[in-house]
Design a protein around this ligand. Structure first.
Ligand code: GLN
Length: 550
């Protein structure tokens, strides 16, 4: 704690303004100056975690290496910074109340009335401090308050961060408020009033923001900044614009740096840069973001990858996956376009309409029976027509089912998740999961080791024998069928140490140009500056396919 500073970001006017990307970008800028940061998300909903929420409601569930099911903003935090996130980085109203109520039941409040203030707000503050207690070398803890100021459910969190400043001092805390400055299209006028109101709403909670970041279509003029400043008590040089991006969210750190936000933060805390690398505009740590932007601006080639899933209408449902696909293109200077295909719409008659003009097919993770048959059709097409294929988690399980039915001739082969009475349960529930309640904290989650077999696509991609990847599943390859599959040419390319669980399957290079399925989710570990090797190889195969099938 002694040397850690705490930066809080709240959002106003509207939701989905990009608080997660903004705070992740600020984290990246502070790291570029040599500081050590971590980022925490506070979600005001009552669910204990988003693990049981539908991706239609919530978007992707991001899984940390210790197996916490968290908000997708944690994915941005890990992709933009070097912070290693755990369950401590994710707070929800549900988690806070659960702790406080358990404590109450155990008599730990000694007969007191248990209240939002102080008990809930103290628990929230102690969760912030736990991060800096766990790592005394942290220079910054950045905290994102989910939701929009004015929401009933965020009030305890705002009160907690107000108290946090009272308890730890102004010199250790900074409040950033992200708002929207809309342009009214008819008159073309830029409107500052929603921002004024939003800051007033925050003041009602006892919080005077120190910095404002305003989302707008264009960078704000000095006049607009001055007007915002006058009405909000935030000095004009602390009003920043976050103009709409041209190419990619990876521009945001550069845009905010050009606005000077990192300088202002450092000055606010009276700190000096610690990185000898950081020398104004020449900072190589920022040049790495320029390089990423260049991939988007000047690609030498483009490939289209069909994502065949059931949550394709929600743009955030496969957020990490879409980004991992971009990353996979970077080393090839290749732009990757994700073509979203709703697996429920695919039939044996129409699949070519949906899957023409693409250079790769990816079947992502998922739960439940809906849309599975469409995924199987897409996989059969990829396998037989030798189109590069990548199956992730449910996607791998579907690849096994398809192979079982169409190559091994196991009629009705299925996962017991989709048909408990299948004659051929080629995917079945893991022994440790039998009898466990289906919802909540029960799946195999988090990072596990996997042993890679020699002379496989997996080995070619990773170049090492033991890897660590993140999981989130309850079902597994049924080893009772292992010999049959192997005899018919399915390559088991990754297994858990001890060989109890199949972690990756593929087709041999004689049979297919690139066909890989993994029980784990590689997309959670891909970063713009460290593209995941399986995505790099998948895109390489897609580029090759395009050359051969122009
Ligand atoms: N539904 C499958 C299982 O529970 C796959 C899960 C996933 O794709 N994340 O094993």
């Amino acid at each position: 704690m002694p040397n850690t500073r705490y930066i809080f970001i709240t959002g106003g006017v509207a939701s989905s303004l990009g608080k997660g990307v903004t705070i992740a970008s600020i984290g990246a800028l502070l790291e570029a100056r040599g500081f050590k940061v971590t980022i925490q998300k506070m979600d005001p909903y009552i669910n204990v975690d988003p693990g049981t929420m539908s991706p239609f409601q919530h978007g992707e569930v991001y899984v940390t290496s210790d197996g916490a099911e968290t908000d997708l903003d944690l994915g941005y935090y890990e992709r933009f910074t070097d912070a290693k996130l755990t369950i401590l980085n994710s707070i929800t109203t549900g988690r806070i109340y659960r702790t406080v109520i358990e404590r109450e039941r155990n008599g730990e409040y000694h007969g007191k009335t248990v209240q939002v203030v102080p008990h809930i707000t103290s628990e929230i503050q102690s969760r912030i401090l736990r991060l800096s207690d766990a790592d005394p070398n942290l220079d910054f803890v950045l905290v994102e308050i989910g939701g929009t100021v004015g929401d009933i459910e965020s009030v305890p969190f705002l009160e907690a961060i107000r108290q946090f400043r009272f308890n730890h001092g102004r010199d250790k805390t900074l409040y950033i408020h992200l708002t929207l400055v809309p342009t009214v299209s008819v008159a073309g006028e830029i409107k500052t009033k929603p921002t004024q109101h939003s800051v007033k709403e925050l003041l009602k909670q006892g919080i005077q923001p120190d910095i404002l970041v305003s989302r707008a279509t264009q960078p704000l003029s000095p006049e607009i900044k001055e007007k915002i400043s006058q009405f909000t008590n935030v000095p004009q040089n602390r009003v920043f614009s976050a103009a709409d991006i041209d190419y990619t969210i990876y521009e945001v750190p550069l845009n905010l740096h050009r606005e000077g936000i990192d300088d202002v933060i450092i000055q606010y805390f009276g700190m000096e840069n610690v990185s000898p690398l950081f020398q104004g505009e020449m900072n190589p740590m920022l040049q790495k973001w320029e390089k990423i932007l260049d991939y988007f601006k000047n690609p030498s080639t483009t490939v289209k990858i069909a994502i065949v899933g059931k949550y394709v209408e929600v743009s955030d449902a496969y957020r990490s996956l879409y980004e991992a696909l971009w990353h996979g293109g970077f080393p090839h200077k290749c732009k990757v376009e994700s073509i979203k295909v709703d697996s429920e719409k695919i039939t044996p008659e129409n699949y070519k309409e949906y899957l023409s003009g693409i250079q790769g097919i990816l079947v992502p993770g998922g739960f439940g029976n809906r849309g599975v048959e469409g995924k199987l059709i897409a996989i059969q097409y990829a396998r037989e027509s030798k189109i590069p294929f990548f199956g992730i988690c449910l996607g791998m399980q579907c690849a096994v089912i398809e192979y079982g039915r169409n190559v091994l001739g196991l009629e009705g082969a299925n996962s017991t998740e989709f048909n408990p009475d299948t004659p051929h349960p080629v995917i079945h529930i893991m022994d440790e999961q039998i009898g466990v309640n289906i919802l909540g904290d029960t799946a195999r989650k988090g990072s596990f080791p996997c042993e890679i077999r020699e002379n496989t696509r997996m080995e070619e991609a990773y170049g090492q024998k033991i890897i660590q990847e993140r999981h989130r599943h309850r079902y597994e390859f049924n080893n009772r069928y292992l010999d049959q599959f192997v005899r018919k040419g399915l390559v088991i390319s990754g297994v858990s140490p001890g060989k109890t669980l199949v972690e990756a399957v593929e087709l041999s290079r004689n049979d297919h140009p690139w066909f890989v399925g993994t029980q784990f989710h590689p997309e959670f570990q891909s970063k713009p500056h460290k593209p995941h090797p399986l995505f790099v190889k998948f895109i390489e195969a897609a580029i090759q396919y395009q050359k051969e099938n122009p």
